[in-house]
Ligand binder design. Sequence first.
Ligand code: DMJ
Length: 596
Amino acid sequence: MPTMLSIRPGDELPLYIGGKPPQASAGDSCFRTFQFQKWRSLHRKQRTLIILASLLVLFGFGHTTSRFFGTLETVETREAAAVAAVNEANVPKAAPVAGNNAANGGPVDVDQVDVPQVDSNGPNHNENDVNVQIAEPKYPKFKGPQNDRQTAVVAAMKHAWAGYKKFAWGKDQLQPISGSSQEWMGCGLTILDSLDTLLIMGMNEEFAESREWVATELSFDKDKFVSLFETTIRVLGGLLSAYHLSGDALFLQKAEDIGSRLAGALDSPSPIPYSDVNLRTRKGKQPGWGGESSLSEVTSIQLEFRDLSRATGNDTYEKIAFKVSEHIHSIGCNDHEGLCGMFISPTDGKFRPSTTITLGARSDSYYEYLLKQWLQTGKSIDWLRDDYSQAVTGIRHLLWRFSEPNKLAFPGELLNGNTWSPKMDHLVCFMAGTLAMGAKNGLPEDHMDMAKNLSHSCREMYRTLTGLAPEIVYFNELPGKTEDISIKPLDAHCLLRPEAFEAWFYLYRYTGDKKYQEWGWEAFQAIEQFAKVPNGYASVQSAKKIPVVHRDLMESFFPAESLKYLYLLFADEQTDIPLDKWVFNTEAHPLPIRAN
Ligand code: DMJ
């Protein structure tokens, strides 16, 4: 049954201990008259004594009562408290304002960072047991670029930023060829998506300007339908990371504002959310073409909604988002050994029969969030790990093949659930990083072999005339041909996506094999050579053709995610964002791991 769901920032679950809230009754006024007569009959000294005692009791219990009713405070009041707490912790060397990293007594090693741990019992705890703790993030101090390659990535970020600032400031994405901007969600997407990248790269001035824009210009009160998934991973995820890395409660306040609006998409007739939601009315709907929601979209909001709950103390966000995962777990994807179809209905919560089984578009991050939710919750919800593990077994049985002549490993697709296709999206490269992460966290060691092999295949996708990778490739399985990979003309575009860099980052961090840094460096040089334009970086029409033709768009994930993973990959010391303390969302925004 649909639930009437309307969450506003600061909303909390009702707090009534012992059942119903106190209510006025018809007999109240008689009772009060009787009490007044009794009071009048007391001696004056007796009355003075009672008044004094009452005053003492009031002051004595003041502290207790304010703690008790603290659960009803809003993020605004929590913000004040968090700011005070941060001020107290950092004075005189830090203040909760933007750009503090460089200004406040120099860098601090990231391993000194205390990830805010908010004690919570997870999604199953008693509804009245509202978490009242205020997260007190510490300030990690990022050192800025430490070698020539990192310096080159920061220069790229500055170039991208300069173009965005000049032509698109406050708009969603830069159109670097025409020198204009593109609107999508209407909320300064590139700024919000890039906040944590600016911090990690030590770009404190740019972060300070962005923080000022968030404080003075950002408004989510727009009569506009947006994608639940895209807005969650990029905007909510970006704001939450900015909050955790900076300690600035402004970002948590904005995160709760957008989170409470996005939550409207989950008010559907089934546990599956609508794909779109109106930011002002908070009403969800399916897009114009109707149809079902995508698997990856509905199952890749949980890291962010859980983190929002843990940071604000309002567990509603976590609960409503986790219901989606629980629902899919309960109906299962047993026809394909844990691999699910790509469309599911928000009306009846059922999968559309016979859709394509893939690790690419519309399905990808379902698998990623199974593993990452298990890690985020301190490895405490075992069915998440088990569903992930079952899916990897399914991948190996049903999708995993080797190309000819060079035996490149790749997961293909099952069209309509049964017809084999050796097609692989660039998006699928994320899976190499996820497989490596699983292996490092107790899943079978052969997952690491799969990760290494797939990351190598992704590297082979970059062996084009430009050194950039296309959007989609087909692997050859026939003996006698010379090329393992072919690219169809309509699949040859390159949006400067992050997934291969993401995979190489994880593999370098886990194995220390420098070849992953070399692969990243070569790809970065190709970006510099063929995607850099006077006003920023532009997607490329075909990775196979020189001279390149540019598309007039710099996707927000290029500065936010692609450059972030390259920067982290090139670090000499792999200490920034330790992977036992942080989990990256699917847009590369780090969120703290909780002890559930
Ligand atoms: C990003 O928005 C995210 O990485 C998402 O998971 C997939 N698509 C883009 C990047 O390719």
